[in-house]
Design a protein around this ligand. Structure first.
Ligand code: NAD
Ligand code: ZN
Length: 371
């Protein structure tokens, strides 16, 4: 059985999304059909629309979905209709990284999340004329009223949590928070800097406070974001358009930070961020420039100071464990990520994208209304 759906479709490179009717096939194997309540819009959706990453178009993007399970495939064990779920990235569950608990580095990550179909290239969505639309984006394609996910990327969340808010936990927010808590393992009393105070960078700021860092520095070029960073736990802010950020950070910390996260995606910011590390400092890289982009750093600066640079996907999150933890921290008032969010009806997806690009909205969430 297929379901009539409404989807926001990325039709061609750099062009606005179009809202259209389509059909989605029913769940098979370990798939679940989810009625999408709301989906976050992430920078990654826009760089795919603009073809930094070669996902075939036209496609239904969207990868921060939250919704209610409507139907489950025959091999689903732990989810049932009515469950509230947050949709996260796809991982095969069988490869070496997956069995080691590192699904974010799944050997099939690109195919499962950016392939535009399943690993065999099959799609599940057809437009009204019966032509396939590329889908399976992050194993969900949740810019649609209904989405198919697999049991292992549909994460059950408590019924008393505000479902329409939770989708961004599936990507941008778990990326920033997980980078701090799971990957860098920021320690109590340490000095942390977030290069970029967007949705990812500010999630890192909130997580650094949860982790007990004593100095938390937010770096950005947008004053309103730096203001919000202070509200969320930054002890210092640096506007890198106005001052030399490396000098400013060395002044604040008396030498450099212990931990840093780069989420701007700009190689020159990364280069500066590495310089702003203190002795034995470690930096996580999550900002995503176009494929093939190279970065530079001073090799002796790295080795003589014992610094570490590492790439991080999805905050090394094991979503089944980490997403419910973030929900709990939110419910306790210790991780107020609702302050990043602005809601839009899905029909205003292009306004939401524009607001995000211009820096007016940090984390747009698109709402779907169901009859
Ligand atoms: P965003 O656009 O909200 O945040 C980027 C921030 O960087 C903005 O606040 C912007 O003002 C700031 N910035 C830009 N140029 C700067 C400069 N020269 N100096 C200082 N600040 C500058 O985006 P986001 O949603 O926070 O995502 C951040 C990045 O992380 C994106 O590249 C996104 O694709 C990537 N991402 C990666 C993963 C992963 O798993 N690695 C997951 C989600 C997102
Ligand atoms: Zn895998």
């Amino acid at each position: 059985m297929s379901t009539a759906i409404t989807a926001a479709v990325a039709r061609a490179k750099g062009e606005p999304f179009t809202i259209q009717k389509a059909r989605l096939r029913g769940p098979q194997d370990d798939e679940v059909l989810v009625r999408v309540v709301a989906t976050g819009l992430c920078h990654t959706d826009l760089i795919v629309r603009d073809q930094f990453y070669p996902v075939p178009l036209p496609a239904v993007l969207g990868h921060e979905g939250a919704g209610v399970v409507e139907e489950v495939g025959p091999n689903v064990k732990n989810l049932k209709p009515g469950d509230h779920v947050v949709l996260t990235y796809g991982a095969c569950g069988y490869c070496q990284p997956c069995v080691g608990g590192h699904g974010a580095y799944c050997s099939h990550f690109f195919g499962l999340n950016f392939g535009g179909g399943d690993l065999e290239g099959r799609t599940a969505i057809e437009d009204e004329e019966g032509r396939p639309l590329h889908d399976h984006f992050f194993a969900q394609s949740s810019f649609a009223s209904h989405a198919l996910a697999r049991e292992n990327n549909a994460i059950k969340v408590p019924q008393d949590a505000p479902l329409e808010l939770l989708g961004p936990l599936g990507c941008g927010i778990q990326t920033g928070a997980g980078a701090v808590i799971n990957s860098l393992k920021v320690t109590p009393g340490s000095r942390f800097a977030s290069f970029g105070a967007g949705a990812v960078g500010l999630s890192a700021v909130m997580a650094a406070r949860v982790a007990g860092a004593s100095t938390i520095i937010a770096v950005d070029i947008v004053p309103s974001r730096l203001e919000l960073a202070k509200e969320l736990g930054a002890t210092h802010t640096v506007n890198s358009r106005e001052v030399d950020m490396v000098e400013a950070i060395r002044d604040i910390t008396g030498g450099g930070v212990d931990f840093a996260l780069e989420s701007t995606g700009h190689p020159q910011v990364l280069a500066g961020a590495i310089e702003a590390l203190g002795t034995l400092g470690a930096i996580g890289v999550v900002g995503a420039p176009p494929l093939g982009t190279k970065g530079e750093f001073d090799i002796n600066g790295l080795l003589l100071n014992g610094r570490t640079i590492r790439g991080i996907v999805e905050g090394d999150s094991v979503p089944q464990r980490f997403i419910p933890q973030l929900v709990e921290l939110y419910q306790q008032g210790r991780f107020p990520f609702d302050k990043l969010v602005k809601f839009y009806p899905v029909e205003q997806i292009n306004e939401a994208a524009e607001d995000s690009t211009r820096g007016v909205t940090l984390k747009p969430i698109l709402r779907f209304t169901h009859a």
